[in-house]
Design a protein around this ligand. Structure first.
Ligand SMILES: Nc1ncnc2c1ncn2[C@@H]1O[C@H](COP(=O)(O)OP(=O)(O)O)[C@@H](O)[C@H]1O
Ligand SMILES: [Mg+2]
Length: 308
């Protein structure tokens, strides 16, 4: 975490904090369980903005719970409870901080597979840069003639390492096998390709392109389970379908108002970030909420603790 990042959420009474990520706080709930709390923090160019985006953490949590339900027949999830009353009860009746409602989930603690399980249906970001430079994506040769934002012939599993420091490293499938073993790598690939196919079909019906997304899998009782966040705007590239023109950078549905505004500032992309005007914060909040409501077909107002 950078020294300029906003202070993390306060620790729950007597739950030890295990990890403070860019967006989530992780607490040890005992008995092989964790409490994961999604904040409203938002980052751009790897710098965390000073202003929270109202309801963003709730959107991430609601969306993840939605996808875990949708995908339960493909892969088991780790969710035990999202209802704040049920979490409090499972923790022996502890009072939870009020603003945890809708952001916190109680999950089974998994032994994380040491791979970031990225699936790409379109060429973008680092994958595009590598292709443009070398004709490969994560070290694997790709057909000639692809452009930025081209749809791939079929979705591809492009894992990366989980770096504890610095940036994750894009690797090819053989390197993933070396890291986690053939059986785990093949199982992870097959699960994630199926998850992507489902998520892409559902987001397409809502008018979006799910260009790529990152899953995290982990072992619980000898079985690979779906962990962390699932197909959220933070873990995916979500483009408005009518704005995808191969050869150009599509607008990111969620962060475009922030990126456009930042691009117009003189800021060197190192902390501290410039203070965001209220319109930008509100536009972002509305985008996150709309992404959830359009994709899940549910109102955020029906989710625990929603303020909007
Ligand atoms: N069920 C789980 N068991 C163990 N670890 C998990 C589980 N779900 C998520 N995690 C881990 O919790 C952390 C979530 O915090 P996050 O803010 O996303 O961190 P980061 O900035 O490292 O992405 C990640 O390190 C993720 O791998
Ligand atoms: Mg994360």
């Amino acid at each position: 975490m950078t020294p300029d990042a906003p202070a993390p959420a306060p620790a729950a009474p007597d739950l030890p904090r295990l990890h403070s990520g860019k967006v989530r706080e992780l607490y040890d709930a005992g008995e092989g369980r964790l409490v994961m709390v999604a904040s409203d923090r938002v980052s751009a160019f790897d710098v965390i903005m000073a202003e929270p985006i109202p309801d963003k953490g709730r959107v991430l949590t609601a969306m993840t719970c939605f996808w875990c339900e949708e995908m339960a027949d493909v892969v088991p999830g780790t969710l035990l409870a999202a209802d704040p009353a049920a979490i409090a009860e499972a923790l022996g009746g502890r009072a939870l901080p009020a603003d945890w409602a809708g952001r916190a989930v109680l999950v089974r603690r998994a032994e994380m597979l040491q791979l970031e399980c990225i699936v790409r249906g379109y060429l973008a970001g680092q994958a595009w840069e590598e292709y443009d430079r070398a004709g490969t994506v994560h070290g694997t040769r790709m057909p000639a003639g692809l452009q930025l934002a081209s749809k791939l012939e079929k979705p591809i599993f492009t894992p990366s390492t989980k770096a504890t420091e610095g940036h994750d490293l894009n690797i090819d499938f053989a390197a993933a096998v070396d890291l986690v073993g053939r059986e785990a790598a093949e199982t992870a690939r097959d699960i994630c390709l199926e998850l992507y196919r489902r998520a892409a079909a559902r987001t397409a019906a809502a008018g979006f392109v799910l260009a790529d997304t990152k899953f995290e899998l982990g072992w619980v009782d000898g079985q690979l389970c779906l962990c962390d966040e699932v197909c959220t705007p933070d873990s995916s590239r979500l483009w408005p379908a009518d704005g995808v023109v191969p050869g150009t950078t599509p607008a990111a549905f969620d962060k475009q108002p922030l990126r456009d505004w930042l691009a117009a500032q003189t800021w060197d992309r190192t902390p501290p970030p410039p203070p965001l005007p209220r319109e930008v914060v509100e536009a972002m909040s509305a985008r996150y909420i709309a992404a959830y409501e359009r994709v899940a077909g549910r109102a955020l107002a029906d989710w625990y603790g929603a303020t909007a």
